[in-house]
Design a protein around this ligand. Structure first.
Ligand code: SAM
Length: 304
């Protein structure tokens, strides 16, 4: 393979990221990026917690995100909250520290769920973790006042019908009048500032390189992670469908949500650096109607 050979040469020669990027360009010119439809089942492990640490392991960032949640949703500690695709439960843990006692995290990654259980137990925080697919959580209907999907954890499926199934599941889990908050990539800004390649270093040891390709309404990214000590520790391609506000509003309305509001310009990180898809965020809030349309009609028929 062209790339593996290049990486091997680079690793023995130097740690210069420019060299790595040149080798990525070689691959870029000879192949179209393709992602495994099940990439999301494998990517979110211990390496992810290193490559995305700037966004998902920084307590200041998490606190700003939780401030945003509390402010926009006017959260009260008595509310029950489900965090779909909640990872290691960093938002749940912070909410718990702030007095929220009824929080459930659902995530597919067994590694992150175990990590979350350990971290919250070590602090004595009461958070429930469920290892499940967000399309079908197995949790009871109408159990939660609030559902959240944080840090661009939506749009991962090749078939858009599967993205919709996540929203349908959120709808099912909510009480009538319950609210859903989606924290997503701002597709307009992501497209405007689209960078085909980027890299960042993590400490002295790790370099993360990303090559991105636009494909219709989706971005396919190849992530190559190199460790000075261990060599190549990741070479994986992933996929994210970008939703504009109109498309999302339409999708949410189709699922049954109402009162869709969007907010742009949320940027919880400190620096004007490239945080990939987590740089500029679009916040979308929608409500499950207090009374489904069918009930209204039945009520009228009954003459009430
Ligand atoms: C970018 S991470 C964000 C995690 C978390 N929301 C946060 O802010 O730290 C995306 C998460 O979505 C989870 N995920 C992806 N697809 C999923 C699915 N179909 N069902 C449940 N979890 C999923 C991954 O395991 C991962 O933890």
């Amino acid at each position: 393979m062209v790339f593996s050979a290049s990486v091997r040469i680079l690793l023995t020669r130097s740690n210069v990221p420019l060299g790595i990027l040149k080798s990525i360009d070689i691959v870029r010119n000879v192949t179209m990026l393709k992602s495994d439809p099940n990439w999301w089942k494998h990517l979110f492990d211990h390496v992810y917690l290193v490559t995305d640490a700037r966004s998902v392991c920084d307590e200041r960032v998490t606190c700003r995100e939780v401030d945003m949640l509390e402010g926009l949703l006017a959260l009260e500690p008595s509310l029950s909250i489900v965090d779909l695709c909640g990872g290691q439960g960093r938002h749940a843990a912070e909410l718990c520290r702030r007095g929220f006692g009824n929080i459930t995290v659902v995530d597919y990654s067994d590694y992150l769920v175990q990590k979350g259980i350990e971290l919250t137990a070590s602090e004595g925080l009461m958070v429930s973790f469920v290892q499940a697919d967000a399309r079908s959580t197995g949790l009871p209907s109408g159990r939660f006042d609030i559902a959240i999907v944080m840090a661009n954890s939506f749009g991962y499926f090749h078939d858009p019908a599967d993205d919709r199934r996540v929203l349908e599941e959120a709808y099912r889990l909510l009480v009538p009048g319950g609210r859903l908050l989606l924290d997503l990539v701002d597709s307009e800004l992501a497209l405007r500032d689209f960078r085909e390649r980027s890299w960042h270093e993590i400490g002295e040891e790790i370099v993360v390189c990303r090559v991105r390709e636009l494909s219709g309404d989706s971005v396919v990214s190849r992530e190559i992670v190199m460790s000075k000590k261990e060599g190549l520790i990741r070479d994986q391609t992933y996929f994210v469908r970008l939703y504009c506000t109109e498309k999302l509003s339409e999708l949410l309305a189709g699922v049954g949500f109402e009162s869709v509001h969007t907010m742009r310009g949320f940027r919880p990180q400190d620096e004007a650096e490239d945080y990939g898809f987590l740089s500029d965020r679009l916040i979308v809030i929608a409500a499950k109607p207090t009374c489904p349309p069918l009930c209204v009609h039945e009520g009228k028929k009954g003459g009430r």
